[in-house]
Design a protein around this ligand. Structure first.
Ligand code: NAD
Ligand code: DAU
Length: 369
């Protein structure tokens, strides 16, 4: 079997993978997935450790012979040049980003810098490196992106497919759309082996508590209000993070350069229904709660400016071409996730800093304007 034909379950040559944003939510789950699946691979994590990055999440891997953590910025071209060469990288899995829509509304500049300039810096560094190595066939650059680039759906619109036109609505999604276009152009113009994935909302362990699901879990545990934006009828399509990681693994091993895949769990839920489900799970699984039933904590707050109404992913292409299917349903995945937040207070408690509280005051003040 050649390296090109190798897949994630069969014979394969070891890879030397650079994972950007590997101390964040999805990136860290992917690092754990990769190290479990491919212990013979070299894994190099590059992460700036912004508020969203947490090195503690990777603690069990530190010190391993095949693992290296580098604190650094994806906009730092000399650093990236050195890492690619020194580590003889053949695969980049690019997760590093500013990822939170509410923060992009408060301060879009960091989103343009990291998501657009940072992705460009990585692409350009990898292009030079790939060229100087004579364009090896096995090299891959995976650009991890979002379904938010497609904009917002009406209640009966078909789900987003790979051919849906881009209509990003927030500074976050606009910056991700820009980076997707760059990754696509690097394949089209230079033949560089980029692959793009656009995924729906992830949830699971190591999720920073600014996003809906971890925020609700933690507020329930602390007896704090559960802020539901607007009428709570916005729809998101939820995917357990390890199912996303399995999809990315398949894409790295099996997708042809230049391809794009949508990834989603076919699990559409209205925000309010999802929050009800979380409350019920907490009532069932938490031995002690300050307020029970937890639903009493639900509070409707002013809507997010420009709030997209509905996202839904059509994952037919990755299912039929690469054989991917999610293993978790929203019920099984949420149960695992709630249990994880109950069991891992040591991970999330230190994140609730003064800076974090100040951030929330800003979000609600901006929405109220
Ligand atoms: P996250 O915010 O949890 O993590 C981002 C990580 O990137 C952090 O560890 C942070 O320290 C690091 N980072 C930020 N700026 C950096 C820089 N300039 N240089 C190096 N590292 C930097 O994000 P996430 O939710 O894990 O998302 C990861 C990727 O997946 C993003 O590209 C996001 O757009 C995409 N995505 C996320 C979701 C989701 O539901 N969370 C869904 C689809 C796609
Ligand atoms: O669709 C993929 C995207 O999913 C990713 O690209 C983003 O990085 C990720 O943050 C996520 O974006 P959302 O804006 O959909 O996720 P968030 O968890 O912020 O919000 C989910 C929904 O819940 C959304 O409709 C807004 C609503 N919400 C969110 C928060 C934080 C609330 O009602 N209350 C809240 O406090």
């Amino acid at each position: 079997m050649t390296e090109m034909q190798a897949n994630s379950s069969g014979d394969r040559a070891p890879r030397r993978i650079l994972i950007t944003g590997g101390a964040g939510f999805i990136g860290s789950n992917f690092v754990h997935h990769w190290c479990e699946q491919y212990p013979g691979d070299r894994v190099v994590v590059l992460d700036a450790l912004t508020y969203a990055g947490n090195r503690k999440t990777l603690a069990s891997l530190e010190g391993g012979d095949n693992f290296r953590f580098v604190q650094g910025d994806i906009c730092d071209r000399p650093l990236i040049d050195v890492l690619l060469q020194e580590e003889a990288i053949d695969t980049v899995a690019h997760f590093a980003a500013e990822s939170h829509v509410d923060r992009s509304i408060l301060g879009p500049g960091a989103f343009v810098q990291t998501n657009v300039v940072g992705t460009f810096t990585l692409l350009e560094a990898f292009r030079q490196y790939w060229l100087s190595a004579n364009k090896p066939e096995s090299y891959r650059f995976l650009h991890v992106s979002t379904d938010e680039v497609y904009g917002s759906l009406g209640p009966t619109d078909p789900a987003f497919s790979e051919t849906t036109p881009y209509t990003p609505n927030s500074p976050y999604s606009a910056s991700k759309a820009g980076s997707d276009h760059l990754a696509r152009a690097y394949f089209h113009t230079y033949g560089m082996p980029t692959i793009i994935t656009n995924c729906s909302n992830n949830y699971g362990p190591y999720h920073f508590p600014e996003k809906l699901i971890p925020l609700m879990c933690i507020n329930i545990l602390m007896g704090k209000p559960l802020p539901v934006y607007g009428d709570g009828q916005n729809v998101r399509d939820w995917l357990y993070v390890r199912d996303h990681c399995r999809a990315l693994d398949l894409v790295i091993h099996k997708a042809a350069p230049g391809e794009t895949y949508n990834v989603g769990g076919n699990n559409e839920a209205k925000n309010l229904d999802l929050v009800h489900l979380l409350c019920d799970l907490m009532d069932e699984l938490a031995p002690e709660l300050p307020v029970r039933p937890a639903k009493e904590l639900i509070t409707f707050v002013t809507d997010r400016p420009g709030h997209d109404r509905r996202y839904a992913i059509d994952a037919t292409k990755i299912r039929t071409e690469l054989g991917w299917t999610p293993l978790e349903t929203v019920e099984s995945g949420l149960r695992k996730t709630v249990q994880w937040y109950l069991d891992n207070r040591d991970w999330w408690q230190p994140l609730l800093s003064e800076e974090y509280q100040a951030y929330y005051q800003q979000v609600y003040a901006a929405a109220a304007k």
